[in-house]
Write a protein that binds this ligand. Structure first.
Ligand code: CP
Ligand code: NVA
Length: 306
């Protein structure tokens, strides 16, 4: 059956565990110098409407490690411009490649692409969510704590695409998710209803109090206050989100918690240097795991059983 990974809930908990197991196996082999060519001749197409370092390069490297090739398609292809429809683009592209990763401005663009594609489509970030990021984050956390179920992940800042993905992924894996954000930057009612519908028993909380939110947490997570596409709102966002900066004073309330950030970071805004460069920060490992987990995801989607 053709599978697309457009939102985190496109995978079940069981499937996430299967992806993690493959990722772990391939990571161990990679660390030992072995790049198993599981998919020679297979081609990954990356269609990106926004800038990227981590998502682009980690997917490209992962596909090359697997023995395949990656083709990056930026603005010059005319994707979602007036050159041709997204549907025509997707129908044709999926004749050439075996799997597609798309980073789009509007989430609907990825859904449209997936609806017409004859090969798996993976969301490489949209304004709505960033499922590959959440998978790599929980894989990273698991490497540190062993077992995820019952632990808390606290997201401090804007309840954005990354926060929504983490809320769902935590819910799927039996974790508690807490969002500490000011009014207006918490989840909207539509997303809250969606969470209730897909994860009726999940422990997902929202608060305006960052100190209460981080107490007892396993991980403090933050992201930029102004996501790509929201630049016109920057001044307002900086003002309202300022009390939600992750700094040493906040981290003193959870001295054992790991610090995570999807990157890129705006140091001195959502997080201070001492925290992001501090002993509890795992940001580089988290970014490195994007490659390992996406390699696992690609292998799983292309039929590798592990
Ligand atoms: N975290 C992340 O997705 O980074 P890029 O925007 O650089 O891909
Ligand atoms: N929330 C950020 C994440 C970047 C990886 C954005 O959408 O710009």
């Amino acid at each position: 059956m053709l599978r697309h990974i457009i939102v985190p809930e496109d995978l079940t908990a069981h499937e996430i565990e299967a992806v993690f197991a493959i990722s772990e196996d391939l990571e161990t082999k990679y660390e030992a110098g072995l790049r198993e060519p599981l998919f020679p001749g297979r081609v990954l197409g990356l269609v990106f409407e926004k800038p990227s370092l981590r998502t682009r390069v980690s997917f490209e490297a992962a596909m090359v490690h697997l023995g395949g090739a990656a083709v990056f398609l930026g603005d010059e292809t005319g994707f979602s411009s007036s050159r041709e429809s997204v549907a025509d683009f997707g129908r044709v592209l999926s004749e050439y490649v075996d799997v597609i990763v798309c980073r789009s401005k509007a989430h609907e663009t990825i859904s449209t692409l997936a609806a017409v594609s004859s090969v798996p489509v993976i969301n490489g970030l949209s304004d709505y969510c960033h499922p590959c990021q959440a998978l790599a984050d929980l894989y990273t956390l698991r490497c540190h704590v062993g077992r995820l179920a019952g632990l808390t992940l606290t997201f401090v800042g804007d309840g954005n695409n990354v926060a929504r993905s983490l809320a769902v992924a935590c819910g799927l894996l039996g974790m508690r998710f807490v969002l500490a954000a000011p009014e207006g930057f918490q989840f909207d009612d539509g997303f809250r209803r969606h969470l209730k519908a897909i994860l009726p028993h999940a422990d997902i909380e929202e608060t305006t109090d960052p100190v209460a939110a981080v107490k007892g947490t396993a991980c403090v997570y933050t992201d930029v206050w102004t996501s790509m596409g929201q630049e016109k709102e920057r001044a307002h966002r900086e003002k309202v989100l300022k009390p939600y900066q992750v700094n040493a004073a906040l981290m003193r309330h959870c001295p054992n918690a790991l610090f995570m950030h999807c990157l890129p970071a705006r140091r001195g805004e959502e997080v201070t240097d001492d925290v992001i460069d501090g002993p509890n920060s795992v940001i580089v490992e988290e970014a490195a795991n994007r490659m390992h987990v996406q390699k696992g995801l690609l292998a799983w989607l292309l039929g590798h059983q592990g």
